[in-house]
Design a protein around this ligand. Structure first.
Ligand code: PLP
Length: 407
């Protein structure tokens, strides 16, 4: 008899987005003429930068001609892209990362989801709360948790990120083996300093633990004092894997391209305590289960690193940051406490009431959709996430409507 992976039965249904969808549809049906402005989802709205489009077309043309045709490419990514990533994203910041430590993929969602399979089922995982749900759900699927009760899975070490700790999780009070960190953070928009990140690296080194550092929103960092990569911290190369994505950097959410950095000095241990090279393990996994990102997409991603591509992607992020600044400004004038939106596209707002009640108020009175915080974890109670991914005019209109609705 074919049987299911029983761990899937522990998963909570994707309540958040289905509930948002249900409430928005019901409102739209009752108010067919009302234009709804969505500031809920984390998807980009602006087109790809021109430099990327041009390279994308060139890549397609290469496939149309015999001499430049490409079949299967290297699973880890073409050298032309891996080399550019290593030089521009790391070596330029004194982070000594080699192209052979970079694995190009079709998304950070897949990579942050898949990496856990390199590790034993009985390791202890530490996960921030609130959190990008993929980290948690994939560990549930893999059988690393108990059942779900009162907003928490058994066996997981939760790291609350709240106003009390400035949305920077405290160190776990019990031993942990795998630590998920995400900065600039989704959903809170919080950032981390080099010193604070350094303390996590020290913690991981002292405990033979590994940090999974999700830097999908790195390109939003504008404060020069903030680290862009965990490898700017000395010693991180032994204890950290980093995830980056072109999704938000260059509008690739639909195009799909990302990469994961697994340094050759990174180690994980077998049951006898012998160290194993994580780069080799991930390479084995990647080459067995993945057949590479398409050539035109990698050409388009490489164009991000041309002078033109750099200017255009910066302008793209600046556009969303302008939206974020407007949202911050307006929320401040309404007297809300919030974090994020300065080096991040997300603004995490303390509503002072039930998050779903606030969501309903914005929907019904302003026709604006946000994301209720509890969807990201128990510590999201009372908060909503507003995203800066939309057209400026729409964000402005949404803010006008919110003001009218709340005053
Ligand atoms: N990591 C975080 C924190 C995210 O918020 C997202 C997407 O919203 C991803 C990863 C996924 O990125 P990608 O589009 O590369 O799969």
């Amino acid at each position: 008899m074919i049987r299911i992976n029983e761990n899937y039965r522990k998963l909570q249904s994707s309540y958040l987005f289905s509930e948002i969808g249900k409430r928005v549809s019901a409102f739209q049906e009752a108010n067919p003429d009302r234009e709804i402005i969505k500031l809920g989802i984390g998807d980009v709205t602006r087109p790809l930068p021109e430099a990327c489009i041009r390279a994308f077309h060139e890549g397609v043309d290469d496939l149309a001609n015999s001499p430049s045709f490409k079949g299967y490419g290297p699973e880890q990514g073409y050298p032309f892209l891996r080399e550019k990533i290593a030089t521009h994203d790391f070596q330029s910041r004194n982070a000594d990362i080699d192209p052979s430590e970079i694995f190009v993929s079709d998304g950070s969602k897949c990579d942050t989801a898949n990496i856990q399979e390199l590790f034993a089922t009985d390791i202890k995982i530490a996960i921030p709360d609130p959190v990008y749900p993929v980290y948690l759900d994939t560990n549930v699927m893999a059988g690393r948790t108990g059942i779900y009760k009162d907003g928490r899975y058994g066996g997981v070490v939760y790291l609350p990120s709240t106003a009390e700790n400035d949305f920077l999780p405290d160190f776990p009070e019990e031993p942990v083996d795998l630590i998920y960190l995400c900065f600039p953070n989704n959903p809170t928009g919080a950032t981390i300093t080099l010193e604070a990140l350094g303390r996590w690296v020290d913690f991981a080194r002292d405990n033979h633990a590994l940090i999974l550092f999700d830097a999908a929103y790195e390109s939003f960092i504008r404060d020069d004092s903030l680290p862009h990569s965990i490898y700017e911290v000395e010693g991180a190369k032994e204890v950290a894997v980093e995830f980056r994505s072109f999704s938000k950097t260059a509008g690739f959410t639909g195009t799909r391209c990302a990469y994961t950095v697994v340094p050759k000095t990174c180690r994980a241990y077998d049951s006898e305590g012998n160290p194993h090279n994580l780069n080799a393990l991930w390479n084995r996994r990647h080459t067995t289960k993945f057949n590479g990102v398409s050539y035109p997409v990698q050409k388009a991603a490489a164009a991000v690193y041309t002078p033109e591509g750099q200017a255009q992607t910066r302008a793209l992020i600046d556009y969303y940051l302008k939206n974020a600044a407007l949202i911050r400004d307006r929320m401040k004038s309404l007297g809300f406490d919030f974090i994020g939106g300065e080096n991040s596209p997300y603004i995490w707002i303390n509503t002072g009431k039930d998050a779903w009640a606030f969501f309903d108020t914005l929907l019904h009175k302003a026709g604006v959709v946000c994301t209720p915080g509890p969807g990201f974890g128990r510590c999201g109670e009372g908060y909503v996430r507003i995203s800066a991914f939309n057209d400026f005019e729409k964000v402005e209109l949404a803010m006008d409507r919110i003001r009218e609705a709340l005053l």
